[in-house]
Design a protein around this ligand. Structure first.
Ligand SMILES: [Zn+2]
Ligand SMILES: [Zn+2]
Length: 354
């Protein structure tokens, strides 16, 4: 801008630039879904009038800082009417103008849509989607944290930013949630998500008013695991059983002549590894079986370590009626797999339990 050059070139000596007539500044073509609108000119003649509607706030921003916010009304811009403008007075732009970005912020309720994938606390993948409602509660904070730093002024940029912010926080929430709560009690889960996400929204000047899950889906291959969890079987137990089963299947394939196991496959699932140190003082009868699993050529049955479905510790001696670690009652399928006392079928092989 020419003015800039003159201003910087002649400094305070040139402060008598005139010819800037006061103007009317208002957000004319706002639609209900616009979040902000930036007045396009940063050079503002003193004495201009800013019109702020009931559902708007006008934020004065410059050089990474919010100077002040105007509420509803007609405001004539001078330092008497609007004291915070003192901070924007600078000599070398001349006496008739100052420089600021005026950002109008819509404080009406806004809607965002979300959708994504995450894992529950039981490591069950879920697809979810829904809507959330929010409003700008602190326009200055919102401009400072979201709008200003990266000059996000378009609806698309802001929608995108807020949606991914929402989604990141929601995925953290889901990873701490049980599939039982998400799937069986979606309405409650929505309420809890709204409560948990309120704080991070506060931190960027937004009030999160509502979250509504419209769909939560579990891929078909995980429905069985979900069924077991609904029955009250512990998540750690199911993860262990499934890992063990997959590993056993992989070994079978290899033994059948496949080359599935390349040199790179050295990881042994934790379910097949020797029990953790605190379990070592248990009768040693299970230890050889666990160690043998390390050779990766034994039948899956030999590699099986009975892990308590309640506390996750191992090994529970074959046939034991109670877990030696937590004392809960357990039972056994005809193939020697451990199961929770209330289970009707073996989670590993599906045998009927009595
Ligand atoms: Zn136990
Ligand atoms: Zn079984």
């Amino acid at each position: 801008m020419v003015l800039n050059k003159i201003g910087k070139g002649i400094g305070k000596a040139g402060s008598k630039i005139s010819g800037f007539q006061p103007i009317l500044i208002e957000w004319k073509d706002a639609t209900p879904n616009d979040i902000v609108w930036r007045y396009p000119d940063e050079v503002i003649p003193w004495g201009s009038t800013v019109v702020v509607k009931e559902w708007e706030r006008a934020v004065f921003y410059r050089d990474g800082k919010v100077y002040g916010v105007l509420g509803p009304g007609r405001h004539v811009l001078d330092t008497q009417n609007v004291p915070f403008l003192q901070g924007l007075v600078e000599g070398f732009y001349g006496e008739s103008i100052f420089r600021a970005v005026i950002i109008f912020v819509n404080i009406n309720r806004l809607q965002g849509k979300f959708g994504g994938k995450s894992q529950t606390v039981e490591l069950i993948p879920v697809n979810f989607y829904g809507v959330y409602y929010y409003r700008v509660a602190d326009p200055a904070l919102f401009v400072n944290k979201v709008v200003g730093p990266d000059s996000r002024f378009t609806r698309e940029e802001l929608d995108e930013y807020i949606r991914s912010y929402f989604l990141n926080n929601l995925m953290a929430f889901i990873s701490q949630s049980s599939i039982r709560d998400l799937y069986m009690k979606a309405a409650e889960a929505s309420k809890r998500a709204a409560m948990v996400l309120r704080k991070p929204f506060d931190e960027i000047g937004l009030m999160l008013e509502d979250v509504q899950f419209e769909g939560i889906d579990v891929p078909p291959e995980y429905r069985e695991r979900m069924f077991w969890l609904m029955q009250g079987t512990s998540a750690a137990y199911l993860v262990q059983q499934e890992t063990a089963r997959k590993f056993a299947e992989a070994i079978e394939k290899t033994q059948a002549g496949g080359a599935a196991f390349g040199a790179g496959v050295v990881a042994i699932p934790w379910a097949l590894q020797p029990p953790p140190p605190q379990a070592q003082q248990q009768p040693a009868t299970q230890a050889p079986a666990a160690a043998a699993a390390g050779a990766a050529t034994t039948a899956p049955q030999q590699g099986y370590v009975a892990r308590c479905p309640y506390c996750g510790q191992a090994p529970v001696p074959q046939g034991a009626r109670f877990c030696p670690f937590c004392g809960k009652q357990v039972k056994w399928c005809p193939n020697g797999h451990i199961a929770p006392a209330e289970a009707n079928f073996c989670p590993v092989c599906g045998s009927k339990l009595v």
